[in-house]
Design a binder for this molecule. Structure first.
Ligand SMILES: *[C@@H]1O[C@H](CO)[C@@H](O)[C@H](O)[C@H]1NC(C)=O
Ligand SMILES: *[C@@H]1O[C@H](CO)[C@@H](O)[C@H](O)[C@H]1NC(C)=O
Ligand SMILES: *[C@@H]1O[C@H](CO)[C@@H](O)[C@H](O)[C@H]1NC(C)=O
Ligand SMILES: *[C@@H]1O[C@H](CO)[C@@H](O)[C@H](O)[C@H]1NC(C)=O
Length: 459
């Protein structure tokens, strides 16, 4: 019924009228009513069955009537939902590298593996094998006669070793490093042990010097002063005086001396006369007759003759140009005689060796006929006017035992003799009249006398 109407309903039996005050149920006509929200619906199902999804709920606006205000706020609301993690299938990672072969020769196998990452949350497992094998070791196995048997030699057990390989055991207690022993095949193809070599064994005393030198070299390379260098050289004189135990000691000392010249060259430090004397004394100690066998062994790994000469050459160079107030240095030891002269190109004189009138020259070097003359023309030939102020350094060394020590390097018959080296720095441009060397004849009817000139100027 229209708003405001009165409804009259006949009331059956009584025949009377019931008046229903409908006016109470309706607002007065024309009164504005604002909209108001009904209850929210329940949340809808999540949009994703796994991982992140969305769900929503809605509500309806009741009204408005007679120009009342709209409902305020949203009719729909959404939110994230998450029912469960999605399943992730397993995936193989890359194969790892092949493992080592099960044998060193003949047919063997090696294996590699891969790892499955996953599965997670009920995903499928990785398909296929997680490891595989392949054949390896195609090298032929040595026959029994091509293998050096286990051997007890020099109080050491040398384990069975195939020909062509090197067995190694630790050096004796007072040394560091490894003794090496090679198994070789003879001409008939039978394996045999070579003698062990001690080129990789360094006595503790020598090892300590090596470590100290390394520290000083590192400092010198940063341009720091050379404090303590003299003490290291002094210590090495004392140690080398007592001889060497292993050929590795010789090699380590050569290494130390080589780096010492580098320290002299780089450090903010002028070598002292004491340093020069000690350096030469160390060389002399190394060349002592007692070290002959160790030298022969050391030659197998270097230093060869050239390296030793180069060491001395560098030393002459560095002393000549880095030592303060140097004019002449002269050293005579048991096993070598060394002289260093520094002279200006203008006003140079001939240089003779050994120096005349030198009292302490050892008997072995005192053969009056032995003489080296470096003519002053060496220093002037080819020099331009601008080089007038140049300074030359000349070093001459007479070695005592070197010839026989170097036997492995050179023809024995030739080097069974005296060895002399002459160094001129900077190298002269012309060697037309370089030097004269006179040696007393050693010819006694057993061998032919020979003189070889070992010219290193091209290097
Ligand atoms: C090291 O030990 C060996 C063998 O026992 C010995 O001959 C050598 O003199 C020792 N060397 C030093 C420096 O002690
Ligand atoms: C000498 O110098 C070389 C090159 O820098 C280095 O490898 C070696 O360890 C050094 N040895 C010593 C004893 O200083
Ligand atoms: C060694 O030197 C001599 C003389 O120069 C020469 O006759 C001989 O063939 C050389 N021997 C070798 C193995 O080089
Ligand atoms: C002279 O020859 C003998 C061998 O007959 C040898 O032992 C000796 O060392 C040689 N002397 C010199 C100075 O070469």
């Amino acid at each position: 019924s229209p708003p405001g109407a009165h409804t009259h309903t006949p009331s059956s039996a009584l025949g009377s009228w019931v008046f229903t005050p409908t006016s109470c149920l309706f607002p007065p006509p024309g009164r504005a009513v604002d909209g108001n929200w009904n209850e929210w619906s329940s949340w809808s199902a999540c949009s994703a069955s796994c991982s992140q999804g969305r769900q929503q709920r809605t509500r309806e606006c009741n009204g408005p009537s007679y120009g009342g205000a709209e409902c305020q706020g949203h009719w729909v609301e959404t939110r994230d939902c998450f029912l469960q993690q999605c399943p992730v299938d397993g995936r193989w990672q890359a194969w790892a590298s092949w493992g080592s072969c099960s044998v060193t020769c003949g047919a063997g196998s090696q294996r590699r593996e891969r790892v499955c990452s996953g599965p997670f949350f009920g995903g499928a497992a990785c398909q296929g094998p997680h490891d595989e094998y392949r054949q390896c070791g195609t090298q032929r196995c040595p026959e029994p006669h091509e293998i050096c048997d286990e051997d007890n030699f020099g109080a050491v057990i040398w384990k069975e070793t195939p020909a062509g390989e090197v067995a190694a055991v630790r050096c004796p207690r007072n040394a560091t490093g490894l003794i090496l022993r090679r198994c070789e095949l003879d001409e008939e193809g039978i394996a045999y042990w070579e003698a062990p070599t001690y080129i990789r064994c360094v006595s503790i005393d020598y090892r300590n010097i090596q470590m100290m030198t390394r520290e000083h070299l590192a400092k010198a390379q940063r341009g720091l002063p050379g404090e303590g260098v003299s003490e290291v050289i002094q210590t090495l004189v004392e140690i080398s005086q007592d001889g060497t135990s292993y050929s590795g000691d010789l090699l380590s000392t050569i290494d130390v001396l080589r780096n010492m010249t580098e320290i002299f060259r780089r450090a903010y430090y002028s070598p002292t006369p004491g340093d020069v004397q000690n350096f030469v004394q160390i060389l002399s100690n190394l060349l002592a007759e007692e070290n002959r066998e160790k030298w022969e062994e050391a030659q197998l790994a270097g230093p060869n003759a050239k390296e030793l000469f180069r060491l001395v050459e560098d030393f002459v160079d560095v002393i000549g140009f880095r030592m303060k107030d140097l004019r002449d240095a002269y050293q005579v030891t048991d096993n070598l005689v060394l002289s260093i002269h520094k002279l200006p190109a203008s006003g140079a004189t001939d240089i003779s060796f050994p120096m005349k009138g030198w009292r302490a020259t050892g008997d072995w070097a005192k053969v009056p006929e032995d003489r080296v003359t470096v003519s002053k023309s060496v220093f002037s030939t080819g020099l331009a006017e601008a080089d007038e102020a140049s300074v030359f350094v000349v070093g001459t060394v007479l070695y005592r035992n070197l010839g026989s020590f170097l036997a492995l390097q050179r023809n024995t018959t030739v080097l069974n003799s005296k060895v002399i080296s002459v160094t001129v720095k900077p190298p002269p441009r012309s060697l037309r009249t370089p030097l004269e060397i006179e040696f007393a004849h050693m010819y006694n009817g057993t061998t032919n006398q020979t003189c070889i000139l070992w010219d290193e100027t091209d290097v």
